[in-house]
Design a protein around this ligand. Sequence first.
Ligand code: 3PG
Length: 201
Amino acid sequence: MLNKFKNSPVIPVLTLDNVDESLKIAEVLVTSGLSNLEVTLRTPNAFKCIEAIKKEFSEAFIGAGTLVKKEQFQQVKDIGCSFAVSPGFTEALVYEAKKVGISYLPGVSTPSEIIRLRELGVSFQKFFHASNSGGYKILQAYSNIFTDIKFCPTGGIQQENYQEYLKLNNVLCLGGSWMVSKGCLKDKNFTLHVEEIVKNF
Ligand code: 3PG
């Protein structure tokens, strides 16, 4: 997971409920080079959308996001997800991910949570909600404090500032939905944003 994210460090966070639309969005992303995708488990058809994208685009590295219950780890592994993401964490979730054997990116937003998660053996952490928790400036400050922790900031990141995050030595990658917002298939900026992101890797 770390190598995949390092090589393609912008992870589109997709909230999908329609299989046809999912395939069209995935086509633009994957063929442009944004092949690390997080699909949130926030819609009734999220599983179906993940399965359809996996089947159609074998080069995509797909994970599931918004995992908040233990039983979801086995479910997302069973449909072929390569990683799982949570906005926060509990010990039970961290242990379950290990037990199931799926790469896991749990979330933090405070120094105490960073320390607790490090105690549980997790040194790659999602920083959520990035823009409301201090943005890239707080992550810059953390680079001197938590020298062994790498972050994946997510939440509120925009086309205008994502590169500020990627410049930081403690940011391995980042997630965001700004380029795939609702109605993106009709938005002329969709492909432009995607092309610009890939060009800047
Ligand atoms: C999410 O939970 O949807 C992700 O963190 C993405 O956040 P964003 O929509 O603010 O980019």
